[in-house]
Design a protein around this ligand. Structure first.
Ligand SMILES: [Zn+2]
Length: 169
């Protein structure tokens, strides 16, 4: 009976496959103009989750959406390549840095002082909210042709921002 039901519905089952890798980094920031605790300099152990979809725009993939031949056969992206690229383009820049809003005079002064003392800073073009950082990370990865379709940036065990590609392909 069970098998008969499966035979009847199997052509209606559509799936998508994604490949995900997780990263962590720590960084300091503050939110200028915030009327709560976030106006103070503080840090997060950020957790970044990067999910990739089959890269149909840029490469030939099989009917199952996976790379059909070579070293990466059967993969969406080699996890090692994904790790190396996300580390290079995102984690290495942000980890153990002070991420500061270049439009905020106070934060620029702090960044100047830290830089003069040989400490790591990362200039950011907007208020350094989790949402803005997540959108920036998504755009940077896409710029490097990484087939990312979703990222989650978690700044605490209960808070994260998520960016999703709404294009179906
Ligand atoms: Zn914060």
């Amino acid at each position: 009976m069970h098998n008969n039901n499966y035979e009847r519905i199997k052509d209606m089952i559509f799936t998508t496959t994604t490949a995900t890798k997780e990263f962590t980094f720590c960084a300091a920031h503050l939110l200028g103009g915030h009327d709560g605790k976030c106006k103070n300099l503080h840090g997060h152990n950020f957790q970044l989750t990067v999910t990739c979809k089959p890269f149909t725009e840029a490469m030939e993939v099989g009917e199952d959406g996976l790379i059909p031949f070579g070293s990466s056969e059967g993969m969406i992206i080699d996890f090692k390549d994904l790790k190396d690229m996300v580390n290079k383009y995102i984690i290495d820049k942000l980890d153990h840095s002070f991420i500061y809003d270049i439009n905020d005079v106070n934060q620029c002064e702090i960044a100047t002082l830290l830089t003069a003392k040989g400490m790591k800073v990362f200039p950011f073009e907007k208020r350094t909210t989790c949402e803005h950082l997540a959108k920036w990370i998504f755009a940077e990865l896409r710029k490097e042709l990484i087939p990312v379709c979703n990222i989650k940036l978690r700044e605490s065990p209960t808070s994260y921002a998520e960016v999703t590609d709404l294009c179906k392909s």
